[in-house]
Design a protein around this ligand. Structure first.
Ligand SMILES: C[S@@+](CC[C@H](N)C(=O)[O-])C[C@H]1O[C@@H](n2cnc3c(N)ncnc32)[C@H](O)[C@@H]1O
Length: 228
C-alpha cells in the first residue's frame, strides 16, 4: 500500500474509506511504531478483499503473508455470519502463514483486539512447509490471498491451482513488483528470480487458461482470478 498522497484521487479515496474501529486502528498503531505501516494493504484493498469473500461465499480462506494481521482481519470479518465455528472445525476459517515470530506475535494480539481470533489459525513458519500441511489436512479451499516473498509467487500459484475448488479465487498483491514487471529487461531494483517469477505469475493468471482474471491497477498492483 504505497500510495502517492499528492494525488487528489488517493486523498479522496482515503477520506471515504478511513477506518474508525479501534481494533484495526490498534494494528495500524503497531505497524507505525515498528515502521512497517504501508507494507500492509490499505483500507480500500481491505474492503475489496472483504467484498470478494462475501460475493464468492468463501468459507475456507488461506493467506500467505500475515505481517501484523491487518489484511487477515479484513478477510476474517467478511466470513459468513454463521461461519463462527467452534475451535477446531474447518469451515469459516482463515489460515494465515507468517515466518517472522515477532510479526506473528503482533498479529495474534491484533486478532484478539479485533474480536476475530476464533476464526483464524496463524501458522508460524515457512510458507512452503505450512502450505504442504494445509494441503494434506484441509484442501480444497475457496480463496487464496498471496502477499509474501515475491520470487515464490509461481510456486504459490501451483499450490492454488491444486488446492482451490473450481470457482475459487486467487488474489495476489504487489504484482507490479514496484513497476519492475513493466519492462522487458530486468531493472536493477529487483533480482532476476523476482522479476522472472512475477512476470511468469501474471502471464499464467492472465493467459494461462486456468483462471478468468483481471488486474486491479492499485499502485502496487492486485490480481484477481477465479479458477475455471
Ligand atoms: C507484505 S507483508 C504481508 C502484509 C499483510 N498481508 C497485510 O496486508 O497486512 C509479507 C509478509 O510475508 C512474510 N513472509 C515472506 N516470505 C515468507 C515465507 N516464505 N513464508 C512465510 N512468511 C513469509 C513476511 O515476513 C511479511 O510479514
Amino acid at each position: 500500500m504505497r500510495i502517492d498522497a499528492q494525488d487528489p484521487k488517493n486523498s479522496y479515496i482515503e477520506k471515504l474509506v478511513a477506518v474508525t474501529d479501534p481494533g484495526l486502528l490498534a494494528i495500524e498503531a503497531r505497524l507505525r511504531a515498528a515502521d512497517r505501516w504501508g507494507v500492509n494493504i490499505g483500507a480500500n484493498e481491505g474492503r475489496l478483499l472483504a467484498l470478494l469473500v462475501q460475493v464468492s461465499g468463501a468459507k475456507k480462506v488461506v493467506e500467505i503473508g500475515t505481517l501484523f494481521g491487518y489484511s487477515t482481519v479484513w478477510l476474517a470479518r467478511a466470513l459468513p455470519a454463521n461461519g463462527q465455528p467452534a475451535i477446531g472445525q474447518t469451515d469459516g476459517r482463515v489460515w494465515t502463514i507468517e515466518r517472522d515470530p515477532i510479526s506473528a506475535a503482533h498479529a495474534r494480539q491484533g486478532f484478539l483486539d479485533c474480536g476475530v481470533a476464533e476464526r483464524i489459525d496463524l501458522l508460524e513458519g515457512e510458507a512452503s512447509e505450512k502450505l504442504r500441511e494445509l494441503e494434506s489436512a484441509h484442501s480444497p479451499f475457496d480463496l487464496v490471498f498471496i502477499d509474501a516473498n515475491k520470487s515464490a509467487y509461481p510456486e504459490y500459484l501451483d499450490w492454488a491451482e491444486r488446492n482451490l475448488r473450481v470457482g475459487g479465487l486467487v488474489i495476489a498483491d504487489n504484482v507490479f513488483l514496484g513497476g519492475a514487471v513493466f519492462y522487458d529487461a530486468k531493472p536493477d531494483s529487483v533480482s532476476l528470480r523476482q522479476w522472472q517469477g512475477m512476470r511468469e505469475f501474471n502471464q499464467r493468471l492472465l493467459s494461462g487458461g486456468k483462471f478468468t482474471s483481471a488486474f486491479v491497477p492499485t499502485s502496487e498492483g492486485l490480481l484477481v482470478g477465479v479458477l475455471v
